[in-house]
Design a protein around this ligand. Sequence first.
Ligand SMILES: NC(=O)c1ccc[n+]([C@@H]2O[C@H](COP(=O)([O-])OP(=O)(O)OC[C@H]3O[C@@H](n4cnc5c(N)ncnc54)[C@H](O)[C@@H]3O)[C@@H](O)[C@H]2O)c1
Length: 308
Amino acid sequence: MSLTGKVAVVTGSGRGLGLAYAQELAAQGASVVINDVDEATAAAAVASIRDAGGTATAVVAPVGPTETAKQLVETAVTEFGRLDILVTNAGVLRDTVLWKMSDDDFDTVINVHLRGTFTCVREAATYMRANEIPGRIICIGSPTGQRGNFGQTNYAAAKAGIVGMVRTWALELKKAGITANAVIPVAATAMTATVPYFAAAVEADAAGEPMPAFFRHDLGFGTSDDVAGLIAYLASDDAAGVTGQALGIGGDRIQVWSHPEPVVTAYHDGGFTADALTAEFPELFVAQSVGEKFPPLPEDLVRPRPEV
Ligand SMILES: NC(=O)c1ccc[n+]([C@@H]2O[C@H](COP(=O)([O-])OP(=O)(O)OC[C@H]3O[C@@H](n4cnc5c(N)ncnc54)[C@H](O)[C@@H]3O)[C@@H](O)[C@H]2O)c1
């Protein structure tokens, strides 16, 4: 597999998962446009790729507005001559329960994740179609978008919306030979470092030790580098036939997510009145679970909760 001659934009790639994606794409031969809101991390990311013999430049600007999306595509084209791969990864959290979530909490998360994905993909797809490039659109979702999560109304909306957009783009871009997929990662980063359940894994990672098998295998929780291989694969010519999918990855595990399908289909002549439902619905109903249930931690991996 090689990405030599290809050009990629990775949003939010100053650190964390985005940095790992950018480094892997560059290691496979792609020229990479780094993007972040933080100038120092963006510069360090570019330096890390150049030091490893790769090619990169940076755009320091917040994704969300159309101007940033335009700047990212223009930079890829003016600096490296084209754009083949877009990874929309930039993200922020503003977690709190529904009744405490402010308009600003909601709008900030929707703007970066959902609008940022929309504006960047619109710009990239427009360029790829006009230039007949069979491009690769890779959008980052989350388990929260798939199943919901306590305290994450805004993030669940954004991440579920991203997978919904990806399904639509797979249809709209098929004729142009452009693929659109969602990747649902789980990894030890600044975003997950404070979750007490993952403390032992984060601790091992920070110490440069391998993460316990329980995390890597049973939970699919590993390092950012564990996710990067799937990004490079989806970006490659080898993945030309993979589109419209939501792929979960982390640690030693990969998962192909289903798209929502009806689990019960029933008919009633004349339609379902309230009376008909009262009579028939209890027989038909199959409750669907929500949220993710983690297994109990093995005793040696339990860490004391930090004091708040
Ligand atoms: N870490 C996980 O386990 C996990 C799980 C599911 C989904 N994700 C998703 O993966 C992506 C990366 O997460 P991470 O864990 O590496 O987080 P992170 O916080 O370590 O990195 C996010 C990066 O995005 C940058 N950023 C924030 N707002 C931006 C904006 N408007 N424009 C450009 N850059 C911006 C930040 O400066 C940071 O460098 C996010 O979309 C996140 O929702 C992560």
